[in-house]
Design a protein around this ligand. Structure first.
Ligand SMILES: [Ca+2]
Ligand SMILES: [Ca+2]
Length: 355
């Protein structure tokens, strides 16, 4: 790890020295920032456990980094499309949660396409009383804070959120959100108990109009339990066409939440593999229907606190029984398409087998 030039702020040092060498092999960020003289403006950091996510946040696929951190302001760094110019700038795009004033303590950041846009959006879970943050990407790498208008901020205020992932539990084509929760300080009036950090899991249904509904009370018996949730791994455990969840609790039982309603709708399950047969993490997938509308997803296993998700892509199709076209943009940038893809089953799309 190379030493930082004194002209860089303590922000940068505090942030990146917090995880030396683990996330950025080759000192990528150090080299780039030093060579191009990037300066941070208007943000501060007070330490804590940084949660970091590297994602192309705009449609040009240029590198971008979302940085969240305990006890400080959340922000994102954006790298303009290559080739890099001499006036490369870092853009601070996110802002403190409007639901509460001041700074947040972020535990998890997850990225997915909430709407029809190819641009990926961010959700971040926070400490009890702060509410989750939803940042909607406008496609240029800038984000609009939708925590309040989506209701997610207010709905999640009572919880300290950990494992979470966007997933379409009812396969209606709109991505929903499950968050497992648990406090880090003992719950009031229960300090005489051996592990008083429990909270309920919550399930928010995407209404498709930018707003979310709390459906926790209708989500099943497991959602009535108050436990110290931490990890949550998402995937179709029983291969029946809907996403199930394994929940890891601190000082508690492991829970397997089996989805019993998702496959009442049509669905398309895809394993996206390269020529060598390996899962192509990072590949972008568009399910294109006859009316031209698209559902964008990405092959990924990351994004949930302390957990790895099923890298396969499961897309809810709602009541549509038509066989869609699927377009895959491979990490190399090469694009392939498959027509009349069979639905209501798991299939494998292998690089080089499309057109
Ligand atoms: Ca849904
Ligand atoms: Ca399932």
């Amino acid at each position: 790890m190379k030493a930082l030039s004194p002209r860089y702020s303590t922000l940068l040092e505090a942030l990146f020295l917090a995880f030396p060498g683990s996330l950025f092999p080759g000192d990528l960020l150090y080299d780039v920032t030093r060579e191009r003289g990037i300066h941070f403006v208007g943000v501060g950091i007070s330490g804590g456990d940084p949660v970091t996510y590297v994602v192309p946040t705009h449609t040009s696929e240029a590198a971008a980094i979302s940085l969240t951190n305990a006890q400080s302001v959340t922000f994102a760094l954006r790298n303009p499309p290559p080739p890099p110019s001499s006036d490369l700038a870092v853009t601070v795009t996110a802002s403190p949660n409007p639901v509460v004033s001041g700074q947040n303590m972020t535990f998890n950041v997850n990225v997915s396409n909430l709407g029809p846009s190819v641009a990926e959006d961010l959700v971040m879970t926070e400490l009890t009383g702060q509410g989750a943050n939803l940042y909607v990407n406008d496609g240029s790498g800038r984000f609009r804070d939708a925590s309040a208008p989506s209701s997610l901020g207010a709905l999640s205020l009572p919880y300290t959120g950990w494992g979470t992932t966007w997933f379409d539990f009812d396969n209606d084509g709109w991505l929903d959100l499950l968050i497992v929760n648990g406090t880090i300080v003992a719950n009031e009036r229960r300090t005489n108990q051996p592990f008083p950090y429990d909270q309920r899991k919550v399930l928010f249904r995407n209404l498709g109009n930018g707003r979310f509904e709390n459906v926790t009370d209708r989500a099943g018996a497991a959602f009535t339990l108050s436990e110290t949730g931490r990890g949550a791994a998402f995937g179709d455990i029983d291969n029946d066409g809907d996403v199930d969840v394994v929940v890891g609790n601190d000082a508690g039982r492991l829970r397997l939440l089996v989805n019993n309603i998702g496959n009442r709708s049509h669905w398309l399950g895809m394993r996206i593999v390269g020529k060598e047969g390996r899962d192509m993490l990072g590949a972008r997938v568009a399910v294109i229907r006859s009316d031209g509308s698209k559902l964008w997803r990405r092959v990924r296993s990351d994004g949930s606190y302390g957990s790895a998700n099923d890298p396969r892509v499961l897309v809810g199709l709602g009541r549509s029984a038509e066989t869609p076209k699927v377009r895959v943009q491979w990490p190399s940038g090469h694009v392939e398409e498959w027509s009349d893809v069979a639905i209501d089953r798991w299939i494998t799309l292998k690089e080089g087998s499309g057109r």
